[in-house]
Design a protein. Structure first.
Length: 318
């Protein structure tokens, strides 16, 4: 039960910290910023510890039949691993537009990599490229480095998305999947991502959007228009909801895995909470009294109304 209480406490602290961040004016002050980052690191560290024996899900995922078949074909014998494949589809779709004319090999950075499953899968698609995953949570990074399948080409390190520890123009791709909604200052992340991109390099950003974050990201894109050619701003909500609805089914891979990872009686609380962490807040289906109560608490802080994919390319000098 101690793990159960740790998960519930970490989730409560994170939501409270995010709720404290002003969504107008100058945004979070230094104390609020430090508070959010401390609780983000703690919450994702606890989540990593809870699910160390299973890939579970890395994000809300997305699903299209044609995309699944294309991904299976590209992975070949490497397969989709021990998961339902929806998180893999989201990574694959997000990166697909950067692969047509890009030089190989290339150097890729994922900011907010968590336990590293997504970047590990991408490393199997681009077998000559090199990869760095960065996350605020030391526990997530420790786990990622231990389980990496390509330790020569794939490195993970702890760091801050709003102050990237890299030189200018170091990467061909900067990837950020379902992470920026936790950042006190998203504009700092975008500026840092552009800074570390090589001319012609791609910035790929996908995340759940509240009305405030959607407007803020649009403003950021406008501010960076001289440095970045924005190639896509796509609403992928329909495909994300298709993934979530499948996961919310009683006997889905996702719910079976949660039940396998958490024993009774703690499962009574953890399963409905995890259902909302992994998207029930977005599809807004009831799935029981506790799930509805957790969903209402999440929505007070993150009232998600869309899920968007944004792709930009760093402009080359004239």
């Amino acid at each position: 039960m101690s793990n159960v209480f740790s998960v519930l406490r970490a989730s409560k602290d994170l939501l409270s910290a995010l709720k404290s961040v002003p969504r107008a004016g100058h945004g979070a002050d230094s104390n609020q910023t430090a508070l959010v980052k401390r609780h983000v690191s703690a919450a994702y560290g606890v989540a990593t510890g809870l699910m160390t024996d299973s890939e579970l899900c890395w994000n809300w995922g997305m699903h299209r039949d044609d995309l699944r078949e294309e991904l299976r074909s590209r992975l070949g014998g490497n397969g989709l691993g021990e998961s339902d494949g929806f998180s893999e589809e989201l990574y694959f779709y997000a990166l697909r537009s950067t692969q047509k004319d890009a030089p190989r090999p290339r150097r890729m950075l994922e900011v907010g990599c968590g336990p590293g499953w997504g970047l590990d899968m991408i490393s199997r698609l681009e077998q000559d490229s090199s990869f760095v995953g960065l996350d605020l949570s030391p526990k997530a990074i420790e786990f990622a480095n231990k389980r990496s399948s390509n330790s020569q080409r794939l490195k993970f390190m702890q760091g801050d998305a709003e102050a990237l520890p890299f030189a200018d123009a170091e990467f061909d791709v900067v990837l950020n999947i379902e992470s920026s909604h936790n950042y006190p200052h998203p504009e700092k992340f975008f500026a840092e991502a552009v800074r570390v991109l090589k001319p012609g390099g791609y910035l790929v950003h996908a995340d759940m959007m509240t009305a405030w974050l959607r407007a803020h990201v649009a403003s950021i894109r406008s501010d960076l228009a001289q440095a970045v050619e924005w190639l896509a701003d796509e609403d992928i909500s329909e495909w994300v909801r298709a993934s979530i609805r499948t996961r919310m089914e009683r006997n889905s891979f996702f719910r079976r895995t949660v039940r396998d990872c958490v024993a009774m009686p703690g499962r009574v609380l953890i399963e409905p909470m995890m259902m909302n962490v992994y998207g029930n807040v977005f599809v807004r289906e009831h799935n029981g009294l506790l799930s509805t109560l957790f969903r209402d608490q999440f929505n007070k802080v993150l009232n998600v109304d869309t899920y968007r994919l944004t792709v930009g390319r760093r402009r080359t000098a004239a």
